[in-house]
Ligand binder design. Structure first.
Ligand code: UDP
Length: 239
């Protein structure tokens, strides 16, 4: 089957990696990372180029200065470092199953990652390597969703795939409202007029202005990613 996309940017939330385990500082559920890696391999095996932006929410978020007593910008840098730990975990799991990877960081840390260099990242992708972008945008006051949109546009990805634990965009929060229904497709304008939250405003606007389609889908369902790139109607398409 001819895949629908040639180059994708996959945005994974950090929180999903914890697999909802509780107690102690144990941010990873290896089963989740393993499933993600297997799903990514299914897609790279089809010759599709995969870039990944990974969040850090399972380890640290810098956003609540009043609770933590840690200044916002300082905490945000801590959050960016958290995404590097997740990036390394994802890298290890991918390499273990034979997928070649490169980790690039928006904050210099030469012993463990290449610095982010756009043209180099694109070259890796052309050679079939999965490129993981860590440390967000490298700037405080942003999110990894924004990093995902930014990198997707920079590397000319065909689409940004936001892997979440829900299977798309709903009329209301499906975890709170049982009558909520899912959209198969929706326009950027409709998301705004209906007040639907797909990504934070900075990330969303970047995609809209640059005509980069977003697909929100359930990454925790094995096989979903492959179905999606093969053109099956999985999740919600924003375009
Ligand atoms: N962060 C940042 N700049 C960026 C990306 C991330 O300052 O460009 C920080 C911010 O504190 C954020 C944390 O890193 O809360 C972790 O990222 P995020 O909350 O986006 O992770 P996710 O929700 O996807 O797990």
């Amino acid at each position: 089957m001819q895949p629908k996309y040639k180059r994708i940017l996959l945005k994974l939330s950090g929180e999903a990696l914890s697999g909802n385990k509780s107690g102690g500082f144990d941010p990873f559920n290896p089963a989740v990372i393993e499933q993600y890696a297997n799903d990514i391999k299914l897609v790279t095996d089809q010759g599709i180029q995969v870039a990944i932006v990974i969040g850090g929410g399972n380890i640290y978020r810098g956003m609540n200065e009043s609770e933590s007593g840690i200044e916002r910008a300082h905490g945000d840098y801590m959050g960016m470092l958290a995404t590097m730990i997740n990036g390394m975990a994802m890298q290890a799991m991918l390499e273990k199953i034979g997928v070649f990877t490169r980790l690039q960081s928006a904050i210099k840390m030469e012993q463990i990652a290449e610095p982010y260099i756009r043209r180099r990242a694109m070259r890796h992708l052309e050679k079939g390597r999965v490129v993981i972008f860590g440390a967000g945008t490298g700037n405080p006051y942003f999110t990894t969703d924004t990093a995902g949109s930014l990198r997707a546009i920079e590397i000319k990805a065909d689409v940004i795939l936001k892997g979440t634990r829900v299977d798309g965009i709903y009329t209301a929060d499906p975890e709170k409202d049982p009558t909520a229904t899912r959209y198969d497709k929706i326009s950027f304008q409709e998301c705004i007029s209906k007040g639907l939250k797909v990504m934070d405003m900075t990330a969303f606007t970047l995609c809209m202005e640059n005509k980069l389609p977003i697909i929100v889908f359930d990454m925790n369902k094995p096989g979903n990613l492959l179905k999606l790139v093969e053109g099956e109607a999985v999740g919600t398409l924003v375009s």
